[in-house]
Every structure is written in structure tokens, then in C-alpha cells.
Design a protein around this ligand. Structure first.
Ligand code: SAT
Ligand code: MN
Length: 604
């Protein structure tokens, strides 16, 4: 009934040689019953046509071309503004395989539950067929996916976020395997929303949401959940990490990868601009990735990283020329804004941007808004949702690294785990070795942010910032980390940072943003054995004299407050860790418990 054809938009005949792909698209079309099939080839001409169509249907608003060239505005349903982890499932045959941290459903049950939601869901709509690659198409990292979706917004976002188009199809070839990604916004009914992963079938089914990580299936669903599962089988890692290069005055570039929970400043760190005193000396930061890193052991025994994405899906509120000038530059053109404030002259605005608020506008909820508006309890009504986002091509970032294109990836010298803690963890500490570092990552916790539906500020355990993104049993995931370490001749050093430490009055103790370079440079000194470190129970911390604090006016008291170790708080955290680790039962690697026991002894 449904013909595989190139859409009459482009007239370009796309040759679909992969039988599995043809059959699957046909089958899914029969289930969802779209009016027509639209195969995307990734061309610019096609992009313009899709944009025109999205504006006509109201899915996108064209922004003021003078102010925001090539850019668009989108508002999602007001109950569909963040990832819904409670509706996200790993559907492996055995529950054991998914592990205690994931919601689990048996595959047969999951397909049966979701099928009626997809049934006829695309009537009177087009089904867009998006062939894409995560990872450079011509690199050993590349994994092919094909997403079917009834959302033009999703299609246009995926064009920015992935290597989308004919090259991916070519790479797939007649016999290749691909991740089958089926998505329908259906009627955006929360009660009929499911984000299902079938790692054993290399399949993702997402229905009832049109937002971010729920709907752009190449991102968290494929490049983390499915990819982490693949990585464990194939000997590589998919991590929730940014990738940056630090260039020193001699022109040497050292690469770091860092894991932080969603909305904890990964994009800011990835695009950090060093303060003037460091810029003058010749330090530069190069951005390779801001959210996801795929890591492989190279021929020389070092760890290499590639960013499998092509774009940024970054948090907007708080972004300004002071906090992140490179993000501001990146979103200047060809950007899709989601859930910010729309102004009368078709411009956009958000809380925390520099300059006065517009006199009036339409809020993320689609309601009239003006500055000072409050609800019945007197609480300010926001123009932009706290998790409002911009989608922009990474290549537009002024600090974009040309080594992004290195097909073997960039060599990683250090891995960083980051948390958002008002107290507990110090500004920075270094793990003693790989095994200790794996424990540091596995025992990570952080305060909840607006990127997840749920209570803000609540502390939850979030190993390697992968709690919501690990596609298999996290006990096996920890084991995989330990195994990768054994396969590395030169394992990266592992550090933990916390930019968010506060004083008793609730003020941040560390200036953060660009100043974070000071901590990175201390790490570089450590990597090059240029400075000693101080041993404390949890790991190695800097001596105040070994970190460049010029211009910060940091008193000894402030420094001490940044590094103060509250034993009672740590013992309490250890108890909480114990409860968490106990949920894994006997599968948990001994090394993790061994490291924990060591820490307990040191704290006593
Ligand atoms: O919604 S996304 O998962 O894409 C962004 C995030 O929460 O990190
Ligand atoms: Mn993320």
C-alpha cells in the first residue's frame, strides 16, 4: 500500500538497496497509516522545503531574519518539556539484563502495550524517514540509525543533531544493520507516552512526546542507551560526556572528557573561554563535543573519543555573553529555539539573557507575558521554561575543534566526573588510579535539575551521569569500565569536580564558568607531574599554591571552605551508597565494594 519513493519535494531518486530497511518501513507505515512517506536525503533544498511546511502547519515560527537568520521558534506541549524517565523503559528479555536502575518491561509486553498507541497515529500526517549516522560516517565509530517520525520539528532537529542523509544510507549498504527508531507524537497524551528501548532488537519505540531526549531518538535513546549496550558487547564505551581540548602556549592540545548530569554546565565547560590572563598567555579551549562521547581503545593503547553528534541541544536560560559567549555566538543563526519567550517582532528572549526584558511577549506556555507577572501565590511567571533549549550546528561554535573530524577520535588524557553539590564534594579531587576512579564515578550523586521531570534539588545517585542513560545492568556497566581500564596501556587520569559548592548563606564559593580553566590547568599540571597533591581520605586535592588563583582574591578561608571534608556527611553518603549498591545484588564488581570499604576505613 505504501510505496517507497523519494518524495516529490526533491525529485532526487534515492536508491534504497537495503531490503531490511524497505520491509521495516513498509511494516511500520502499515501500523501508523501515514498519508505519505517522505524520505529525507539531507540536502539544503530539502531543509528549506521542510521549514516552509513546518511554518505553514504552525509547528515552527520563522524568527526575525535580521536578528536571527535562518532560525525558528517552536513551543512544545506544556506537559511535554523534559525527558520523562518514569515512562522510559529498557525492554530486554530478562529483567536482570536491564538491572535495578532501569524501568523494565518484557519485549513482548512492551510491543503489545505500545502498538495500539502507534496504530493509525499518523493518519493525515506524513511519515518522515530519516536515515542518519551517529559518529562520522567514514569512521570506525559510525553506527547507522533510521528514524521514522510524524514530527517535522523532530525531523529538522535530527538534521542538526546527526549526520543525516544519503551518506548514511550509502554506508548502510544493501546488507547493513541499523537501529530501528520509530517515533510518533501521536496526540501528545502523557497517559499514552512510552519511550521503549529494545537493545536486543536494536530498536527504539517512542510515542506520545515531541520533546528533546524523548523524541530525537539519535541522541539519548540511541547514542547512549542502545550504544552503551552495543559498546559492552563490542568493547567500547558510550558516555554522557563533553569532549574538550586545552591548547597550551606551546600549541600542544590535551583532551579531556567530562561527565555531568543534564543541565549541570556541560555545554558551558565544553565552550569555556579562558579569562584574559590565560588568553594572553596563549591558552585556548577547543570544543569537540558537549553531551555525548563514544570512546574506543586505540592501537597505541590510549583511549580515543569521538562526538557522535553534529549539533548542540543546549539549555537556554542563563545563557548570555558573560556566562557563555560561544553558546551565544553558536545560536546566532540556523537555530531552532524551543520553549523560550517569543516577542512581537518575532525575536526570542529568556531569563538570564543580558539587557532588559521585552515589554510583552508570548511565554513558553503560549500565554501573554510581561515582566513582573506573578501567579496567584506571588511567584514570578517565567517567560522561558527552565529547560528551554536551542538546537544549533556545532560547527557554528567559535571554539569548534577541527579535530572533531579525526576519524580515529581524539586521545583522552583525563576523564572528569562532575556533580552538583551544595556541600559534600570539594571543588576538585583526583582519583588514585583507574580502579579508584571507576569507584568515584560509580558513587556519583547530584542534585536534580530541570532537565528531568521531578523534584528539583533532590540529591540522587547518578553513576557516571549515566543513571537515566545506561541501556543495561549498571553492575555490568561498572565491570565494563574496569575491563576497559585493563585494556588501556595509558589509562586517562580520573578527576571529580563540583563547581556548585555553597557557603552557609547559600552563595556559591567558586566563580565557575570561564574561571573553571584554573582547575583544568591544575589537572594538566598533575598529568605532566609538575605539581604534587595532598592526600585526603577521598583522593588527592591541590595545594592552594599549586593552582593559579591570580585575580580571584581568594582567601585561605574560602579555599579551605571549598575543600573542607565533612566526615559525618561523607559517612552518611557512604550509607546511602551502600543502599544503592545493594540493589545490584551479587552482580556488583568486588572492586567497587573494596574501594568503598577502603574509603570507610580512611574516613574513620
Ligand atoms: O532532553 S535531552 O535528553 O536531549 C537533554 C538532556 O536532558 O540532557
Ligand atoms: Mn545530556
Amino acid at each position: 500500500m505504501y510505496f517507497i519513493s523519494s518524495f516529490d519535494y526533491t525529485g532526487d531518486e534515492m536508491k534504497i538497496t537495503n531490503k531490511k530497511l524497505k520491509n521495516w518501513v513498509q511494516k511500520m507505515a502499515t501500523l501508523c497509516q501515514p498519508d505519505r512517506l517522505v524520505w529525507l536525503n539531507g540536502s539544503n533544498q530539502e531543509k528549506r522545503r521542510l521549514e516552509t511546511e513546518a511554518v505553514k502547519s504552525g509547528e515552527l515560527v520563522k524568527l526575525n531574519e535580521k536578528k536571527w537568520p535562518g532560525s525558528f521558534y517552536h513551543r512544545s506541549h506544556f506537559l511535554d518539556v523534559a525527558r520523562t524517565e518514569s515512562l522510559t523503559f529498557i525492554c530486554t528479555k530478562s529483567q536482570e539484563e536491564a538491572g535495578p536502575t532501569n524501568n523494565w518491561m518484557a519485549p513482548s509486553q512492551a510491543y503489545a502495550k505500545a502498538r495500539p498507541y502507534f496504530q493509525g497515529a499518523m493518519k493525515k500526517r506524513a511519515m518522515y524517514v530519516l536515515p542518519f549516522s551517529m559518529g562520522l560516517v567514514n569512521s570506525p565509530f559510525a553506527k547507522i540509525g533510521v528514524q521514522l517520525t510524524d514530527s517535522l520539528y523532530v525531523a529538522l532537529n535530527m538534521r542538526i543533531m546527526t549526520h543525516l542523509g544519503e551518506a548514511a544510507l550509502k554506508k548502510l549498504g544493501p546488507e547493513g544493520d541499523f537501529t530501528k527508531c520509530l517515533h510518533s507524537k501521536a496526540n501528545l497524551d502523557e497517559k499514552k507516552r512510552l519511550i521503549l528501548h529494545f537493545p536486543e532488537d536494536n530498536t527504539i519505540w517512542s510515542v506520545g512526546s515531541g520533546y528533546g531526549g524523548n523524541a530525537l531518538l539519535g541522541k539519548k535513546c540511541m547514542a547512549l542507551r542502545i550504544a552503551s549496550f552495543m559498546g559492552e558487547k563490542e568493547g567500547w564505551m558510550a558516555e554522557h560526556m563533553l569532549i574538550v581540548g586545552i591548547e597550551d602556549p606551546k600549541g600542544r592540545i590535551t583532551y579531556l572528557a567530562a561527565a555531568f548530569p543534564s543541565a549541570c554546565g556541560k555545554t558551558n565547560l565544553a565552550m569555556l573561554i579562558p579569562p584574559e590572563i590565560f588568553r594572553k598567555k596563549g591558552y585556548k579551549i577547543w570544543t569537540v563535543g558537549d553531551d555525548i562521547a563514544w570512546l574506543r581503545i586505540g592501537k597505541d593503547g590510549s583511549l580515543y573519543a569521538q562526538n557522535p553528534e553534529t549539533g548542540i541541544f543546549g539549555v537556554v536560560p542563563g545563557t548570555n555573553n558573560k556566562t557563555n559567549p560561544h553558546a551565544v555566538a553558536t545560536m546566532r543563526k540556523n537555530t531552532i529555539f524551543t520553549n523560550v519567550l517569543l516577542t512581537k517582532d518575532r525575536s526570542v528572549w529568556w531569563e538570564g539573557v543580558k539587557g532588559p526584558a521585552p515589554q510583552e511577549g508570548i511565554s513558553w506556555k503560549g500565554e501573554p507575558w510581561r515582566p513582573g507577572l506573578t501567579d496567584e501565590k506571588g511567584i514570578p511567571i517565567l517567560g522561558a521554561h527552565p529547560n528551554s533549549r536551542f538546537t544549533a550546528p556545532l560547527i557554528q561554535c567559535p571554539s569548534f575543534s577541527k579535530h572533531y573530524f579525526d576519524t580515529k577520535g581524539v586521545p583522552i588524557s583525563a576523564l572528569i566526573f562532575g556533580a552538583r553539590h551544595a556541600s559534600l564534594s570539594p571543588l576538585v579531587y583526583e582519583a588514585r588510579d583507574w580502579e579508584h576512579g571507576v569507584y568515584v564515578g560509580a558513587s556519583m550523586s547530584s542534585e536534580r535539575t530541570a532537565a528531568q521531570v521531578g523534584k528539583l534539588g533532590e540529591v540522587r545517585r547518578d553513576p557516571m551521569a549515566m543513571l537515566p542513560f545506561c541501556g543495561y545492568n549498571m553492575a555490568a556497566y561498572f565491570q565494563h569500565w574496569l575491563d576497559i581500564g585493563k585494556g588501556l596501556k595509558k589509562p586517562p587520569r580520573i578527576f571529580h569536580v563540583n563547581w556548585f559548592r555553597k557557603d552557609p548563606q547559600g552563595r556559591f564559593l567558586w566563580p565557575g564558568f570561564g574561571e573553571n580553566i584554573r582547575v583544568l590547568l591544575w589537572m594538566l599540571d598533575r598529568l605532566n607531574n609538575r605539581v604534587p597533591a595532598k592526600e585526603i581520605p577521598i583522593g588527592l586535592i591541590p595545594n592552594k599554591t599549586d593552582m593559579n588563583l591570580t585575580g580571584l582574591n581568594m582567601s585561605d578561608e574560602q579555599w579551605d571552605a571549598l575543600f573542607q571534608l565533612n566526615r559525618e556527611e561523607w559517612l552518611k553518603d557512604l550509607n546511602n551508597q551502600k543502599e544503592f549498591f545493594a540493589t545490584f545484588g551479587r552482580g556488583l564488581p568486588e572492586e567497587i565494594l573494596g574501594q568503598q570499604e577502603k574509603l570507610l576505613q580512611k574516613l574513620k
